[in-house]
Design a protein around this ligand. Sequence first.
Ligand SMILES: *[C@@H]1O[C@H](CO)[C@@H](O)[C@H](O)[C@H]1NC(C)=O
Ligand SMILES: *[C@@H]1O[C@H](CO)[C@@H](O)[C@H](O)[C@H]1NC(C)=O
Length: 178
Amino acid sequence: MMLFLAYITLSLVTVFPLCTSASMRPWELTRLSVTGLPWRGEEGLHEPLNTLAVEIRDPSEYANSQPVVECITKFPYASPPYHQAFNCTELSYGWWQFAFFPPKPLQDNSEPQYWNPGQDFTLELRLFSMSSGSWFEGQANFSVSAGGNLRGLCSAGGVCSFMVKEEMLPVYIQQKGG
Ligand SMILES: *[C@@H]1O[C@H](CO)[C@@H](O)[C@H](O)[C@H]1NC(C)=O
Ligand SMILES: *[C@@H]1O[C@H](CO)[C@@H](O)[C@H](O)[C@H]1NC(C)=O
């Protein structure tokens, strides 16, 4: 009990000074889809045939009038732009960016050279908040394997489409920073 109280006291002391994040609540990912069109031939591998689309709801007060953020990017099968920061829709209170990459590198520390529409990936979201003048960052993992949070398939024609399972929405993303 004493320890517990001490822990709470410590947490309050350490957490509150950072709290411009006092007004911050976890981001809610309300939709995510990854789709891929068939590439048909070698050149197609470099065409932006894949689409990653994300919708985030930010329940924090600063986002009051603009709670929904849309993030979308198109990219090729070959050399996917892992870790590259893309802009989301423009909002007045801040600047949202997102990136995606494999959750863990291969054994030799490299990353897969080709995108597989059914592959596991990590989504990273970043918000530069004008009011606090600082960055916040949060991540979530997505997977189509058993028990994973994505559902979908590739059709015989080679069109692939995966989405977060409805029963797993929203996906809460705890942000850090400030
Ligand atoms: C992303 O948004 C920032 C801020 O509005 C802008 O300066 C930058 O050029 C944008 N980047 C791209 C790739 O559109
Ligand atoms: C995502 O998966 C990676 C690798 O398995 C893990 O290290 C990381 O903690 C996970 N991130 C979240 C937000 O669950």
